[in-house]
Ligand binder design. Structure first.
Ligand code: BGC
Length: 321
């Protein structure tokens, strides 16, 4: 009995030691697997891109470009913006980004004192801030990445001069009266046609950067200026609204239309000869370059305050006006 008890204790101890050994061995293996597992590399910086309107097709292209460059530099990117264009909300997003202590801010420029105040605040807190798409040269923003909007407007005006003959009464549909990129596009256009007496501006309406707003503005312009023969739309969805009204209106001859941007629907209308020309901007490149510029600023180099991206004019020469 005594012997049996001893054997039992020995067996139990042997079993216990074996188990403990196995546990240690496999435990270590498991632990090593976890420690060797690929951890996602830590982001270098946290940047925020703030747009005029978060779901606007044009801004989504800027976001895509910014994403591409962020991936390259392992930057964590946030993209924010109002649901519908609204300066106050946009400014609140900038303030929120500063309060979140991000490493850099890219935002559409807003022509207001509050914007300048926020840019100051950001720079003072050591957060570089650059403007994208629309500049705010009166603020202390460190750089601007985007089109030369005055030149872009001039291109549109020169196209109107080159591609039309005879008297033209032009209706302008602009994104927002208080957006400085839109103001520059209108000014560039007016300057380009000012020396040509056969081209006159009939009136100007605001679309609030939506297609429905552009439809409304076009109707109103046509209602109060029945003699309009040409239209110029200065933001990405304006040409679409203008064209929709123009084709419904069933005029003997549809108006000559110069649009802005190269969103797929605009290019389709151009190919179908429903729009005569459009000013091409490069929103993807803007996003990409904005991140590159912010990244360079973080590394202590300044690529220069004015980073203009290209603008081109794409025409449909069969328009014949
Ligand atoms: C402008 C942007 C604007 C967008 C609206 C573009 O042409 O560059 O500032 O937000 O149109 O659709």
């Amino acid at each position: 009995m005594h012997v049996l008890k001893k054997v039992g204790v020995i067996c139990f101890l042997a079993f216990f030691v074996l188990n403990a050994g196995l546990m240690l061995y496999f435990g270590r293996e498991t632990f090593q697997v976890t420690s060797n597992a690929q951890q996602p590399p830590r982001s270098t910086y946290h940047f925020v891109l703030i747009s005029e309107e978060v779901d606007n097709e044009y801004w989504r292209l800027v976001e895509k470009g910014a994403e591409a460059a962020s991936r390259k530099h392992n930057v964590h990117l946030d993209y924010w913006g109002p649901k519908q264009a609204n300066n106050e909300e946009q400014l609140t997003f900038i303030d929120k980004a500063i309060a979140s202590k991000v490493d850099g801010i890219m935002t559409q420029g807003v022509a207001s004192d509050t914007f300048s105040y926020l840019v100051n605040k950001s720079i003072q807190k050591g957060i570089p801030l650059i403007t994208v798409d629309t500049d705010a040269p009166d603020s202390v923003r460190q750089a601007y990445v985007g089109s030369d909007n005055y030149l872009a407007g001039k291109l549109a005006g020169e196209t109107m001069v080159k591609q039309t003959t005879g008297q033209q009464k032009v209706g302008i549909v602009t994104g927002r009266f208080d957006a400085s990129n839109q103001q520059l596009r209108v000014k560039g256009f007016k300057d380009a046609v000012s020396h040509v007496s056969r081209i006159q501006i009939a009136g100007i309406g605001e679309s609030n950067i939506t297609k429905s707003g552009a439809i409304q503005a076009t109707y109103e312009l046509l209602k109060s200026h029945r003699n309009i023969t040409a239209f110029y739309g200065t933001s990405a969805l304006d040409g679409l609204g203008i064209s929709q009204v123009a084709s419904l209106y069933q005029q003997k001859k549809r108006p000559f239309i110069v649009a802005f941007d190269t969103l797929p629907e605009t290019l389709t209308l151009l190919n179908k000869h429903k729009i005569d020309a459009t000013v091409a901007q490069y929103p993807f490149v803007m996003g990409e370059r904005a991140v590159e510029t912010l990244f360079a600023l973080k590394k202590g180099t300044n690529p220069g305050p004015l980073q203009y991206t290209k603008t081109d004019i794409i025409t449909n020469l069969k328009g014949g006006h």
